[in-house]
Design a protein around this ligand. Sequence first.
Ligand SMILES: Cc1cc2nc3c(=O)[nH]c(=O)nc-3n(C[C@H](O)[C@H](O)[C@H](O)COP(=O)(O)OP(=O)(O)OC[C@H]3O[C@@H](n4cnc5c(N)ncnc54)[C@H](O)[C@@H]3O)c2cc1C
Length: 505
Amino acid sequence: MLAPQVNRVVVLGGGTAGFLCALALRKTLPQLDVVVVRSTKMGVIGVGEGTIVSVVHFLHNFLGLDSQAFHAAVEPSLKLGIRYLWGDRPFFHYTFTPQLTGRPEGLTLATGYYCDEDLEFADMGSALMASDKACLRGPGGAPMLGGGFAYHLENRKFVEHLESLADTASLTKIDDIVQDVERDEHGVKSLVLSSGQRVEGDLFIDCSGFRSELLGRTLGAERVDFSDALLCDKAVVGGWARTDESYHPFTTAETMDAGWAWRIEHDDLINRGYVFSSAFLAPEEAEAELRRKNPKIGETRVVPFPAGVYRETWRDNVIAIGNSAGFVEPLEATAIGMICDGVLNVVRALESSGCRPMPAQRRHYNQMIFKNWTIIRDFLAMHYKFNTRLNTPFWRAAREDVSLGDIAPLCDYYREVGPDFSLLGTDLKRDFFGAEGYLAMLVGQRVPFAREVDVSAKERAAWDAHRRSLALRARDGMGVRECCEWLRSRGLPQVVRGQGALGWA
Ligand SMILES: Cc1cc2nc3c(=O)[nH]c(=O)nc-3n(C[C@H](O)[C@H](O)[C@H](O)COP(=O)(O)OP(=O)(O)OC[C@H]3O[C@@H](n4cnc5c(N)ncnc54)[C@H](O)[C@@H]3O)c2cc1C
């Protein structure tokens, strides 16, 4: 059967997902007619967002966004990882660098075996985080940024910049509300707008956020609930103008009575949000707890969210990307990374089929995207299952009831062997988080393991010397503000721009 030719793509939604998708299609398949339909009255989600490393590569290497213009307009801050106030250590770092998969000189065991007492300064990423530095200084005072960083973005500024690029790329935009959807044998035929205008297309990308206008509401696709692994269903969000607070090069994730709270860093603003389970805490109580711990917080709002995803995010001629496809809480800040992953694979399917995507490509896309969502779900479940910091009803339920899903065997392996994942490396290569991610959370939370390991005094001394030397080098690094100012006037150094994409190359 010959698949229908795609000549005209309609993107519904003008948030991060909609504009990233439209820009990617314009760049890679300029022969396509691309239309963005969105309602400025309905607006975008508008929260402060952390990202992962692959987003940086997507923006600058794949989309080719000019990094100086991007930094000047969006003013992202740099994120080297997450500081977890979690488990029984005062805190630990999950870095974007090989903290626990690297092997420092003079050590014979996997790094995690030396981290029983202290995980700080285990690698340069962690040392920079501990010292509140964004990077080391390079020749001529340029920031020495390797590949291991991501951004903190302010959603509205980010979307405004993407929209201005869409204008430069002469993408057609329509500002109106979709009131009805007409269907035919291929799925969706046209969007009917409140003005009465009909917008027809061959392929519809549903980036309508939580409304999921096309995939969910129109096609009635099956949604898979993730609440057996992820108990939280709401966030209370707020912030305050920065005064004398340290400008951290990381997101903070802090254990709270019935969930956890993020702290995201911006130049003039500290953004905080408490992700909680309304089965354990009423929104007013969550707000009161957040305010008690953050007395400077201003106005707050409660954002409800559904934990779950559509089993098939590409159905008929509709592909959902962004919150319209699925949502898991932002504990690892993976949503924009998943948008980039979706966009990249849609582009691949169109490119490799001459814009006539075949059913086998759709099937493969659906399997791959669903698998990635479940990998994220299970990784987050591990954060809940092993966090021993608090003994509130919520955390007791999390430890007892949360299902580890497909990563239960990996956790069992760790409980026997400990933090040496060299045998699992190949299996984990295609996993979103890789060995590094699992080890950071297992070692960080000090999950006990059976293997008894003797670390000799000589090796212990080598480990301490390694950490001391990193701490000393990091101390003279560049702070976040200084580094961001440099990037806003000169853009990213070549070394970063030229690097291959991580994860999805
Ligand atoms: C509390 C919270 C915290 C988050 N934190 C993070 C984080 O740290 N990191 C991260 O990566 N992600 C995070 N996310 C997710 C992130 O916000 C989204 O992945 C991202 O902003 C993409 O949103 P979107 O484009 O899918 O949807 P939206 O921004 O909601 O955009 C939807 C668009 O569709 C349009 N639209 C909808 N219906 C219609 C209609 N009928 N007619 C016309 N237009 C319509 C709207 O006008 C809008 O333009 C968080 C989400 C929440 C709720």
